[in-house]
Design a binder for this molecule. Structure first.
Ligand code: GMT
Length: 374
């Protein structure tokens, strides 16, 4: 098929899933056209089936807010028409689904029919989309899509609960490239970071409020009071400097390393013993899946779709949001020499259920259905 993919080209989970999906589809013989405002960060190699089309947003003194949605819709029309797209797949409702609706109408006026598949990723529904400033547009453009998917059953439930949706929503979970995300031998790195054999805890995120990074630090300090441990923090975002101050206030700064935005996160995961995900909300938890694929068990909250990935007592442990004391206890339980090997093994086995080759065919079926019914 000729597939157009629209996404945020950044490090965020929705952009990562969209880019990895495009790469997998290209390897399966489809021609994939990315339509975004800059090159997706993970689109860093050549493949004859992959194309990138930049959305250019001209500015003008009159524009306080450059009209990205109009420029995006115009680009979708251009690419759909000139590259003979069979389907447009937009990731993250705002503003991609409404821009796709506009593009579809313009193409229809030119005698071209193009089905639109919308994938909802989480904050586009649970945070931003619910806001009255966006809700009518989000509801309308979801209902106008020819196919709608969410990344967990919980996100589907929330979408039906908060929006007047008349469409069937298909759950297609996040997936993982198990050849890239696997435990690698990085013992020299581990010896440098944890020379006394300390346990290594890790958290990766965009340091936004929803991730509750403060809880990560408090859980770590609680664990470190009982056993020797170090904490690795990967990523960057609005809460980063507040967390650096908190580390000093809690007097744990010597055992915490802020590593910033790392591309080869699998290398750091390979030396880690436990992944912390105390999120307020998480539609799926791609970062936890990446950890599990590298044999790292997960201590998390039971928010959103996390329990659909992390099984309590098997691949990690679940607690209520904000229950730091429980997460400290759970971390110590998982990290004990007696329990850690079985948790590691189960984490990898669970991750294998989300292998890219198992999940990508579900998107192919979804596209074929949208083409057949639109
Ligand atoms: O995690 C984020 O805040 C980024 C966000 C995004 O849309 O880029 O991630 C969401 O989509 C990921 C991929 O589907 C999910 O794995 C994350 O759980 C989800 N994040 C939240 O729901 C907070």
């Amino acid at each position: 098929m000729n597939i157009g993919i629209v996404c945020y080209p950044t490090f965020g989970g929705s952009g990562v899933v969209a880019t990895e999906l495009g790469k997998a589809l290209a390897q399966r013989g489809h021609r994939v056209h990315f339509i975004t405002y800059s090159q997706p960060v993970r689109l860093d190699f050549f493949n004859e089936n992959l194309f990138y089309h930049e959305v250019y947003v001209p500015t003008y003194p009159l524009f306080q807010f450059p009209p990205y949605e109009s420029a995006l819709a115009s680009k979708m029309v251009d690419i759909a028409q000139n590259e003979n797209l069979d389907v447009l797949h937009v990731h993250y409702a705002i503003p991609h689904a409404s821009a796709a609706f506009l593009a579809k109408q313009i193409l229809r006026s030119r005698g071209i029919n193009i089905p639109v598949v919308t994938t909802l990723h989480g904050t586009d529904i649970t945070l931003v989309g619910k806001d009255a400033s966006y809700e009518p547009v989000v509801t309308f453009s979801i209902n106008q899509s020819d196919g709608v998917t969410t990344v967990s059953a919980d996100l589907r439930r929330e979408t039906y609960e908060y929006f007047a949706i008349e469409k069937d929503i298909q759950v297609i979970p996040n997936f993982i490239d198990l050849k890239r995300f696997k435990k690698q031998d990085k013992s020299h790195f581990r010896a440098a970071i944890a020379p006394e054999g300390e346990k290594l805890l890790i958290h990766t995120s965009n340091f936004r409020t929803v991730k509750r990074v403060e809880d990560v630090l408090r859980i770590f300090c609680g664990v470190r009071k009982v056993i020797p441990a170090k904490l690795l923090l990967v990523g960057d975002g609005p809460d980063r400097s507040r967390m650096e101050k908190l580390a000093r206030d809690l007097d744990c700064q010597r055992d915490i390393r802020f590593l910033g935005k790392l591309e080869a996160v699998e290398e750091v995961l390979s030396v880690s013993d436990l992944f912390l995900m105390p999120s307020e909300n998480e539609s799926f938890g791609l970062a936890a899946l990446e950890a599990m694929a590298c044999e790292v068990p997960v201590v998390s909250t039971n928010a959103g779709g996390i329990p659909e990935l992390n099984t309590h007592g098997v691949t990690g442990m679940l607690s209520d949001i904000g229950d730091v004391a429980d997460m400290v206890e759970n971390s110590l339980f998982v990290l004990s020499d007696e329990n850690l090997p079985r948790f590691k093994e189960a984490a990898r086995a669970r991750a294998e259920e989300f292998a890219v080759d198992r999940i990508v065919p579900l998107y192919e079926e979804c596209y074929q259905k949208a083409v057949a019914t639109s």
